[in-house]
Design a protein around this ligand. Structure first.
Ligand SMILES: CC(=O)SCCNC(=O)CCNC(=O)[C@H](O)C(C)(C)COP(=O)(O)OP(=O)(O)OC[C@H]1O[C@@H](n2cnc3c(N)ncnc32)[C@H](O)[C@@H]1OP(=O)(O)O
Ligand SMILES: CC(=O)C(=O)O
Ligand SMILES: [Mg+2]
Length: 356
């Protein structure tokens, strides 16, 4: 552990000052693409216009014999594209792989000024973040970068979950954590064969009514990811970084995808991954507070005055704690509305309606 006094000191001579605050920019969807896939790469300039984060993926889902092509593709896309307000992230290969060292050296040297966040897969504990932290500082110094790169960890090993609090606080570069349900399931020896989402066998059943154990007993499917997402959210919140749900692999099932994303949103996540263009709008809808919720939250804040005491609004008690929740919703809505005129208009229209 670094001494708290040294926590914000650069880890290499000439490296930029590490960040003291994680920049809060919209990141409702982290859209994955394979930079070595020409069809996907061709869509990047258009997709950039409608996503908060574009991520050039170099790790799983890129074939072993296409790793170099993906890395080179990301370098040329980053150099050739104006991403506007959209952030550019990458997911490098895992720290035990033969590719990660070249991923980091090439990307920081060639396009370190274009990248915002480096996503590190299969993080097991703080030691993995410390390794990346020092290496990034050395590479930033050599490349003459003035803005520090941020680091995002994927929570996808049993060890990572057991150490999630220390991972979240391992470096001032830590920007956030995403749930990695596929590798995590394998690491835990869960018996699922899916990428995220629920499973019909994971359920609770109501008690029997009489002697017949089968008749009239409703079952309720449970969320396999509740415990992990909740732990991840707490670890992130206590360290001032951002939690994300990860991938939902059943691309066709847009309904269950929306449900899984919404569970994560309600529990505190700020975004999710989109693996296919069809998931971009789902994430945008789910991770933007609804106009009705924003209107209600604005009303509670207005009626609560200085934010202390208790009032009754439409039969519901509001006090210091509920007004704090409302502020979370309104702050997020204001941040998103600042760059999205359509959303801003929807929020204002709903607010006017509640006032009339
Ligand atoms: C567990 C994990 O690690 S999850 C993260 C790793 N996985 C990924 O990154 C997967 C990313 N997504 C993909 O590889 C693809 O979306 C797949 C393989 C799931 C499906 O691809 P396809 O079979 O081509 O899907 P589909 O035919 O519906 O695609 C329609 C079009 O969208 C394009 N497209 C598909 N996914 C993407 C994407 N993520 N970004 C940009 N374009 C895409 C296709 O190239 C295709 O283009 P075309 O119309 O010019 O032919
Ligand atoms: C997200 C990811 O990498 C996984 O689920 O394994
Ligand atoms: Mg994984």
């Amino acid at each position: 552990m670094r001494s708290p006094k040294d926590f914000f000191a650069p880890l290499a001579v000439g490296a930029p000052q590490p960040p003291r605050q994680i920049p809060v920019r919209p990141s409702r969807m982290i859209h994955f693409f394979d930079p070595g896939n020409e069809k996907m790469a061709a869509k990047v300039p258009d997709i950039a216009k409608k996503t908060d984060v574009l991520l050039g993926n170099l790790e799983d889902a890129v074939r072993a014999d296409r790793k170099e092509a993906a890395r080179a593709g990301l370098v040329s896309i980053a150099k050739a594209t104006d991403f506007g307000r959209t952030q550019l992230w990458t997911r490098v290969n895992s720290l035990d792989s033969p590719w990660v060292l070249d991923d980091l050296i090439t990307l920081v040297t060639e396009i370190g000024d274009k990248l915002d966040v480096i996503m590190v897969p299969k993080v097991e504990g703080a030691q993995d973040i410390h390794y990346v932290d020092r290496l990034l500082a050395q590479l930033e110094a050599r490349a003459g970068l003035t803005k520090p790169l941020l680091v995002h960890a994927i929570l996808e090993t049993a060890s990572g979950v057991a150490n999630v609090e220390e991972i979240a606080g391992a470096s001032p570069r830590m920007q956030g954590i995403s749930l990695g349900p596929a590798d995590l399931a394998a690491s835990r020896r869960m018996k699922t064969t899916r990428v995220g989402g629920g499973h019909p066998g994971y359920l609770v059943r109501t008690d029997p009514v009489g002697d017949d154990l089968n008749e009239g007993r409703t079952t309720y499917q449970q969320d396999l990811w509740h415990y992990t997402v909740a732990r991840m959210v707490d670890a992130c919140a206590m360290n001032g970084i951002l939690p994300y749900y990860g991938p939902f692999g059943d691309i066709r099932d847009v309904v269950a995808c929306e449900d899984q994303f919404r569970n994560a949103f309600l529990l505190g996540c700020v975004g999710a991954w989109s693996l296919h263009p069809v998931q971009i709008d789902i994430a945008k809808k789910v991770f933007s507070p609804s106009p009705a919720d924003v209107a209600w939250a604005r009303r509670v804040i207005a009626e609560m005055g200085d934010g202390t005491g208790a009032v009754m609004i439409d039969g519901k008690m509001q006090d210091d704690a509920s007004v704090k929740q409302c502020r979370v919703v309104v702050e997020l809505a204001d941040e998103l509305a600042a760059t999205d005129p359509e959303l801003a208009a929807a929020y204002d229209a709903a607010t006017k309606e509640t006032q009339s």
